[in-house]
Design a protein around this ligand. Sequence first.
Ligand SMILES: [Mg+2]
Length: 409
Amino acid sequence: MNSPRSILHLDADAFYASVEQAADSRLRGKAMAVGGETRGVISSASYEARALGVRSAMSTTQAKRLCPNLILVPGDFEKYERFSRLMFAYAYDLTPDVEVCSIDEGYLDLSKQGNGHPRDSAIYLAKVIRENLKITISQGLASTKFCSAVASKLKKPSSFIEVAPGTEREFLAPLPSRWLPGIGKKTESLFAGAGLNLISDVAQMPLKEFERIAGSSASALHSFALGIDPRPIIPASSAPKSFGEQETFSSNSQDEIYILAVLRSMTDRLCRRLRDEGLAARTLSLRIRYKDMEDTMRSESVQEPTPHESDFYPMLQLLLRKAWTRPESLRLVGVRLTNLHTALPEPELGLTGLPQKSAMERLQLAEASDLLRRRYGRKAVLRGHDLWLRKKLSSGEGDGNPLPGPGKN
Ligand SMILES: [Mg+2]
């Protein structure tokens, strides 16, 4: 039998708030939070604020009520991306086998370390990050990804939990079943109805029976509950994750209105993919290719990562004009979304105050149209530019070919 793997999961504590405290000593030791004024919702709260009941996704109004002296800082996502790169640079000092899962979470495979126990590496990593970046991380060390991720989150902040090989199932057994991956509120109540309150309940149920409750994910979830998880560490590829699409026109175009409509419709599809994966993007890059094959690219970033196409619309025209400087027709255009973040918490339901209400409605509208499109096809919900493109194409005066298809790269 192979010797057990040593997988370390690291998860920064209250990342955005901690970075702000690290970057400004006046915020240290204070109840503070990132977010607030513009979105009307807390993105990340310092542990001092958490002690007073402030939570992410809480409305600013409610947070201020709990903690009248709460200091609110607008999000500076460029700074968070910079800290994240520095944090993972220390991880790469230990091993090249690092899987970065999000801005503040990742796995390290420490199995192949020659000298020293992986535990010592974990302690060292937390120490260098604390001393140099002035932020803390919590870590879990185990033989599987799932166990190490759970272990890193059980006793935050500044925690380290080690799960000895062979004790994975015991370790997971007493935890509520919502700790299993992908268990939302709906599945949780479904599980509760079937008496599956704890992970041990899932582990003990025969797989055949569990399949009737959990459907196609039953087998994976059952394995997780038994402490079995052979998923490998996937070291970061050279290019960070991004979503992009491009379209070659069937005949070169110089029609700005048409080109903008194509760009908007691409952006719609890319944002839908973001929302499907629970992500948000901060940077949009627009690429154009002239008919003589010369390429130009321009990028622009929004201040806060967003999953909404309408936040990117104003950029499209601006970037198109910046990129398209020669009086030549275009052969190809492309849009790419980068600097992806886990979607910021959206306001919880039942809140008062205008900003929250409109943010909530916007998200619900986006989700409703995504659902309609999934169920009835892409044309079930059309925006103004989609209608315009359709009309133009059906009248036969289109510069381009039919609407670009879904994601190509
Ligand atoms: Mg975290």
